[in-house]
Design a protein around this ligand. Structure first.
Ligand SMILES: Nc1ncnc2c1ncn2[C@@H]1O[C@H](COP(=O)(O)OP(=O)(O)O)[C@@H](O)[C@H]1O
Ligand SMILES: [Mg+2]
Length: 382
């Protein structure tokens, strides 16, 4: 399995202005009088290719907005470097960086209609075809019903689309979007998300989208930077992050339903490693080769990688009891319990199968999909 972070997407039709964006050991410490210092960003390195779309994904408070604001020039940098192409921009004022920012809080001019707000900057710069471009982008972001409205009359979802459109029409080489779709309802969000991705491809902006929503991140991004506590935990394609998580945080944060996390003990015999689960509930083979016999480990198995067999069928795995079973549309979810353990195992089952509470079943998984993590640090064991 590859852990390379080579950019998967090389834009072919993007504008000549598409630029790489490189962060090196970027740090932000907020120091406020009378309060403790907060280091919100703790040394981030990211090399983003020209025209690439990167999603910065992480829980609330992990430093996403701070990172974006430093790149935009809306927040000073404590230390480290920000380069657009070969140009160091971390000490430049925001207006000199050539960055389009889709922050919601960005002011609109209250007396002007949405359309005029969007055209304002373009007309000032005498951009050719401005009206046509604004009309086309607004059409694609489903904004036709709001073009004549004034900002005060807009709903939060509408304001958010205006902020997005305003960033897009400026056609910046680098585009930064902070939770751009959070106020849209579910169906509009899905459509606008798709259009955003198509527009990003057409225009070729190098883009960072901040989100705490993994579906949004997975659907938009060429690569994901998964953040926690001011640190990028993993930077890779959606498949790399899902299939080959660097640590327990990433494994738990990405994936729906969430990965199963269970305590286990490694048993090494004849060069093969198995993990024993519970006191007498069986074991699973794993592809991990670096753990010593008897090591306590944290075991991670995705519900999608598990399968169930009837007890007594001879299948190797963990003996469990079905606690409950949910029929969803395209699949089922069986929640099972392991004797003497708090942690259960959730198994995604094929649509046509059905299970009853109290049913005894064996949970199996392919060895290469049975992940082990260090009990203390959460680092992936290989
Ligand atoms: N202006 C500020 N002064 C002090 N602390 C701040 C400031 N802005 C953000 N923080 C702190 O920095 C951390 C990261 O915040 P933020 O970048 O907004 O996270 P996210 O966007 O991932 O939710 C949080 O602990 C937050 O409280
Ligand atoms: Mg934020």
């Amino acid at each position: 399995m590859s852990t390379t972070t080579e950019a998967p997407h090389k834009p072919t039709a993007g504008p000549k202005t598409a630029q790489s964006l490189t962060l090196a050991d970027l740090v932000k410490t907020y120091a406020s009088r009378g309060r403790e210092q907060v280091t919100a960003v703790k040394g981030i390195d990211l090399a983003i290719e020209p025209g690439e779309l990167v999603a910065l994904l992480g829980p609330s408070g992990c430093g996403k907005t701070t990172t974006l604001r430093m790149i935009a020039g809306l927040e000073t940098v404590t230390s480290g470097s920000i380069k657009i192409g070969d140009r160091e921009v971390s000490q430049l004022p925001a207006s000199k960086r050539g960055i389009g920012v889709g922050f919601e809080s960005y002011a609109l001019y209250p007396p002007m209609s949405v359309r005029d707000n969007l055209l304002y900057g373009l007309k000032a710069r005498k951009v050719k075809g401005a009206e046509k471009m604004v009309a086309s982008i607004c059409d694609r972001l489903e904004m036709n019903d709001m073009l004549e409205l004034r900002p005060a009359g807009l709903s939060s979802g509408q304001k958010q689309r205006v902020a997005l459109a305003r960033a897009l029409v400026r056609n910046p080489p680098v585009l930064l979007l902070d939770e751009p779709l959070s106020h849209l309802d579910a169906s509009a969000r899905q459509r606008v998300r798709r259009e955003l991705k198509v527009l990003q491809r057409e225009f070729g902006y190098t883009t960072i989208v901040v989100t705490h929503d993994q579906v949004e991140a997975l659907s938009l991004a060429d690569r994901l930077a998964v953040m926690d506590a001011g640190v990028v935990q993993q930077f890779g394609t959606p498949d790399e992050v899902f299939d080959d998580p660097a640590n327990l945080f990433v494994a738990e944060f990405v994936g729906e339903p969430q990965i199963n996390v269970i305590r286990g003990v490694a048993k090494v015999t004849d060069g093969k490693t198995r993990v024993e689960i519970g006191a007498d509930s069986g074991s699973l083979e794993t592809g991990v080769t670096s753990v010593a016999d008897g090591t306590r480990v944290t075991v991670g198995i995705r519900p999608q990688d598990c399968s169930l067999s009837a007890e007594g069928s001879g299948a190797e795995g963990i003996s469990t009891t079905v606690a409950y079973f949910e029929h969803l549309l395209e699949f089922g979810l069986a929640t099972t319990t392991v004797a003497g353990m708090e942690e259960g195992v959730v198994v995604q089952t094929p649509a046509q199968q059905s299970y009853e509470p109290e049913q005894k079943v064996v949970v199996s998984a392919p060895p290469e999909r049975v992940y082990l993590f260090d009990v203390e640090t959460g680092v992936r064991l290989r």
